[in-house]
Design a protein around this ligand. Structure first.
Ligand SMILES: Nc1nc2c(ncn2[C@@H]2O[C@H](COP(=O)(O)OP(=O)(O)OP(=O)(O)O)[C@@H](O)[C@H]2O)c(=O)[nH]1
Ligand SMILES: [Mg+2]
Length: 296
């Protein structure tokens, strides 16, 4: 954050990238405090994985929080990415403090929590505006970008450079449920939270939002509240079972035991690939539901 702050004097505008599945939670409040003085665009990325039925309500809520410049994108398919440069150009133009001569270059800092697609956005912008390939390294785990990097050109006219930055999570997450949502979106390394805990929260959320894609995907008989039963079926379906010798008074018995951690990893992986259908993890907030009393 210190390095990002020290680069701020070179920056005309801030693009904050966040995950479209959690548009109302999990953003780092320190960004607002530290970097809040510059024109700001919120990019809600991975829209392909998000259920956007309530998009209007989401926009209203965000506007209520003072976020007027919001756009949903998919950086893998370059969806809506073309609108970003015109939007930031307008933002910078209408902000008198940053109004500068026509032939000057612009510098924009891309910030956000880990793994939301900041580097992918930079690459997508380059594909769209320069017909050039990758400049920023991308990866399926949080913590891919490690340094506040040198400027990467993303557009010729206007001449525009972007600064990629490493994902920064808030030092303190407001609630267990927000933490689990952030974990499901891959902003924290899975093993730090525990794959089975996350799988349990995922099942809880899918059921709460009546998203029963997992039933068909794993060939279950019906929807089910028990993570143990679901993971058992997943393990059997994937052939992820182990033979374990159990000692009993009358001799050893071989028991088939499901590999729960492997099943949990598959459940999470399948969810993240969008194979269980699009989700809106912040639906509870949108519907004004109180936080769940017990989170698995
Ligand atoms: N489904 C989907 N996946 C995306 C999208 N954008 C990026 N990804 C994937 O999300 C993962 C993270 O992307 P990065 O661009 O490395 O994310 P980052 O925010 O730069 O991550 P850090 O540098 O670790 O903070 C990669 O596996 C990308 O392929 C999108 O719009 N849709
Ligand atoms: Mg990155």
């Amino acid at each position: 954050m210190k390095k990002m702050k020290s680069s701020l004097k070179l920056v005309d505008c801030i693009i904050e990238v966040h995950d479209a599945r959690i548009p109302l939670s999990g953003r780092n409040p320190l960004f607002q405090e530290t970097l809040g003085l510059k024109p700001h665009l919120l990019v809600l990325n991975k829209m392909d994985l998000a259920d956007l039925t309530e998009q209007q309500k989401i926009m209203q809520r965000l506007e209520g929080e003072g976020l007027k410049n919001v756009i949903f994108t998919n950086c893998l398919k370059d969806e809506n990415v073309k609108q970003i440069i015109p939007m930031v150009t307008e933002l910078m133009g209408s902000s008198p403090r940053y109004h500068r001569g026509e032939n000057l270059e612009y510098c924009i800092m891309v910030i956000g929590v880990p793994n939301v697609g900041k580097s992918s956005l930079i690459n997508s912008l380059r594909r769209q505006h320069l017909r050039k390939g990758k400049a920023a390294r991308v990866g399926g785990e949080p913590g891919i970008t490690r340094a506040v990097m040198s400027r990467i050109q993303v557009s010729e006219r206007p001449l525009m450079f972007l600064l990629d930055t490493p994902g920064v999570l808030a030092p303190r997450i407001e609630s267990v449920e927000t933490g689990l949502k952030l974990a499901l979106c891959g902003t924290v390394l899975d093993h730090l939270v525990g794959e089975e805990t996350m799988a349990d929260y995922l099942l809880f959320t899918l059921n709460r939002h009546q998203r029963f894609g997992y039933v068909q995907h794993y060939g279950l008989e019906s929807a089910c509240d028990s993570i143990e039963r679901v993971l058992k079926s997943v393990a059997v379906k994937l052939g992820k079972t182990q033979k374990v010798k159990v000692l009993t008074g009358t001799g050893d018995v071989n028991v088939i035991q499901p590999d729960y951690p492997a099943a949990a990893r598959d459940f999470l992986h399948t969810f993240r690939r969008g194979l269980l259908g699009p989700v809106m993890l912040d639906l509870d907030i949108l519907r004004g539901h109180p936080p769940a009393e017990t989170v698995p």
